[in-house]
Design a protein around this ligand. Structure first.
Ligand code: GLU
Length: 475
């Protein structure tokens, strides 16, 4: 069995969004599961479209997600360099080889001449094919003209690992540009040379390249290279399923999700299940499970939909999977400012109470602030509450005073507090919906809090007494 070698080959033309990273992830997963190699190559041959800083951003995005590469840019390897602009000599040599074999020729036409050919084809309602205008005596190629492939038009039938059997007629094949006049190769040419020299066994890429595949196959033939396994990944669409995911529909920098409190493993789970499932109802997958279960033949042929609500849900699920210590490590940047003087022990206790409520790590600040700072009583919240609205001022004060007295005498572990609260129900004859809501409000002034006895025990006796007293005063 040959070892799988895959690559991610982004162009440094801007930040990494969901669609791009998903391609990288799928390629990484199939390499990981076979103990193969996933490498990172940067395709920077289109200098006009290049955006400064993108390479670093691509690397950071992959690292954040946990997609590592043991070969490629930054880390090196025996097939380097992995930056295409440092491989120009290699492409030139292969281009020359094709010239020598009579399979490539210098393009003698000016832009204007080409335009005329195009116009004529349009006027006679024919598709424009460059190969219909092959020059009889092309000039000698000196590297300053663009170089075209002399194609061998024919029908192709091939197997795509995701799309299944595909076929095209000879009209799909034309004399495409291999080398541009600026000395840089085209993507169409150099990715084939690189994939071959780098021993790539599986090429995973987005649907936008599918129409070029017959051209690639024709070039593989000319170079006498056996093509790698080709796997085309359908587009990621906006939630309405009608258009390709764009910036407006949430195609943002993957690193922004980290800043917003998403876990990389949740993002990985989300990306992996954009157009893939394992054939069961399972939705939450750990990275280890993904490596074990992922397979190209279960990737959907139809476009996937980007559903940010699903990402949010998955994130909450992955937050729950974390141990308290692991969660503590992850939330360093997400505590409310008032937590800065708190002990680790207290913070862990708070985390144990709010963990299940967090959808993103960024929710922590609001969900936990009242554990670290004494909130100001806000009785309008009682008026907004259907149950509490029924109590008049006297009743509020009275109930809270009874609670205060009982709690002052209570031990302050969670179960003693719970006992105290239960006894209080009996002595006051109140419903939990009223009594507990009132006490909850008095100690937290938050719309939600974890179980009341846990909340009170974590706040501690002094703080609880202070808060209930302040509530009584202002009621
Ligand atoms: N450089 C191409 C891109 O960023 C890579 C396509 C491929 O994976 O072959 O879209």
């Amino acid at each position: 069995m040959t070892t799988i070698r895959t690559r991610f080959a982004p162009s440094p033309t801007g930040f990494m969004h969901v669609g791009g990273v998903r391609t990288a992830l799928f390629a990484w997963l199939i390499a990981q599961q076979s103990n193969g190699t996933f490498l990172l190559r940067i395709e920077d041959t289109d200098k006009v479209r290049e955006v400064e800083g993108s390479i670093q951003q691509i690397e950071q995005s992959l690292r954040w997600l946990g997609i590592d590469w043991k070969e490629g840019i930054d880390v090196g390897g025996e097939h380097g360099p992995y930056l295409q602009s440092e491989r120009l000599n290699i492409y030139r040599q292969w281009a020359q080889k094709l010239v020598d074999q009579g399979r490539a020729y210098a393009d003698p036409y000016t832009k204007e001449e080409l335009e005329v050919f195009r116009e004529n084809a349009k006027a006679s309602k024919q598709p424009f094919l460059y190969r219909n205008h092959r020059p009889e005596q092309p000039p000698v190629w000196d590297g300053t003209q663009s170089l075209r492939f002399k194609s061998d038009p024919k029908a192709y039938k091939w197997q795509d690992a995701v799309m299944g059997e595909l076929s095209t007629g000879p009209e799909a094949i034309d004399d495409f540009v291999l080398m541009k006049s600026d000395g840089y190769p085209t993507y169409n040419f150099c990715h084939i040379i690189d994939d071959m020299l780098m021993g790539i066994t599986h090429v995973l890429r987005s649907q936008e390249f599918i129409s070029s595949t017959p051209k690639f196959l024709n070039l593989y033939d000319a170079l006498e290279i056996t093509p790698p396994v080709l796997a085309t990944l359908p587009y990621v669409m906006a939630i309405d399923g009608k258009k390709k995911l764009g910036k407006r529909d949430g195609a943002k920098d993957i690193l922004d999700y980290g800043k917003e409190g998403y876990l990389p493993e949740a993002m990985m789970n989300f990306l992996a299940t954009l157009g893939w499932n394992d054939g069961t109802e399972q939705e939450v997958f750990t990275t280890t499970e993904l490596i074990e279960k992922f397979s190209l033949d279960r990737v959907q042929k139809s476009p996937a939909r980007f559903d940010e609500q699903r990402l949010l849900w998955l994130n909450g699920q992955h937050i729950r999977l974390l141990s308290l210590d692991a969660l503590y490590e992850r939330v360093v940047d997400f505590w409310p400012e008032s937590a800065s003087t708190s002990t680790k022990e207290h913070k862990i206790a708070v985390l144990s109470l709010v963990q299940d409520r967090l959808k993103t790590l960024a929710d922590l600040s609001v969900a936990s602030s009242y554990f670290f700072e004494t909130p100001t009583p806000n009785w309008s919240m009682a008026d907004d509450n259907k149950q509490l609205r029924k109590l008049d001022q006297e009743e509020r004060k009275n109930l809270l005073s009874q609670a205060l007295t009982a709690l002052e005498q209570s031990d302050f572990d969670a179960s003693s507090v719970q006992d105290t609260l239960n006894q209080l129900l009996e002595t006051t004859g109140q419903k939990p919906g009223i009594l507990f809501s009132l006490v909850r409000l008095a100690v937290s002034w938050a719309p939600f809090s974890p179980a009341l006895h846990d909340t009170i025990a974590t706040l501690g006796k002094d703080e609880t007494v202070t808060r209930i007293s302040a509530a009584i005063e202002t009621a």
